[in-house]
Design a protein around this ligand. Sequence first.
Ligand SMILES: Cc1cc2nc3c(=O)[nH]c(=O)nc-3n(C[C@H](O)[C@H](O)[C@H](O)COP(=O)(O)O)c2cc1C
Length: 257
Amino acid sequence: MNAQPDPAHRFEQNRFFLKDTIRQSIDFSNTQQSRQVPAPPLQKPCPPRASRTDLPDGAASMARLCSMGVAEAITRRESVRSYSSEGLTLEELAALLWATQGVRRVLSPASALRNVPSAGARHTFETYVAASSVEGLPSGLYRYLPFDGQLAELSLDSRIGWRAANACLGQGFVAAAAATFFWTTIPSRMEWRYDLAAHKVIAIDAGHVCQNLYLACTALGAVTCAIAAYDQAACDRLLGVDGDEEFTVYIAPVGKR
Ligand SMILES: Cc1cc2nc3c(=O)[nH]c(=O)nc-3n(C[C@H](O)[C@H](O)[C@H](O)COP(=O)(O)O)c2cc1C
């Protein structure tokens, strides 16, 4: 009979991921950036035939819709798993996309600043929106193009909410959301600079994005709930990403109370 693994040993590898020990083993003179390999694009290219929807200006939308200050938004923030049939306006969606991934300033072809912090300003995330009930958007899957202020339509699908819920291991409340945010990472954007130290900071970065979503939702009268328990292959399939160079890392359904 096999002996039970020593628990300390069983967790060792995953605990190591949370530490920064790996940094000491990296030869930073030999990263892709140091070798002058061109940086990956700041934004995944839009499929050439995808139709695009112009979004209202995110900053202006947020300013107009925001009904409370940051202290109240922090106090009121909570995970909500029950949504009414009231949808989101396109302006509300634009404000939430801006709060979570909006671009502030392009610094160079290799880096830009956004409304969330990111290690080395590498910003590895793409935002997909499974929209079931957003004013002016037919039900379907979209991708945010933060550098263009647009949404790219990837597929129209009247059952996108159910598909999203199934991909979230059957967490049924996802099906009732007006829109579900799926964040993927393109890790090569971070690996280009930080090599093996990239992956922990990608995970940390994801937290900033979702926290901004919580606070922005609270401030404009919507609600959300972070989701990290999901079927990896099913989500990647739903979004049409390869699961290797780009894959799902975090999800958040959004709706109204
Ligand atoms: C990283 C992370 C993953 C989570 N994953 C799920 C999830 O898969 N399903 C779910 O219903 N809630 C999920 N939650 C929500 C937590 O259960 C919730 O934040 C917690 O119960 C505290 O409640 P509060 O957010 O209202 O303070 C997640 C939250 C975080 C931060």
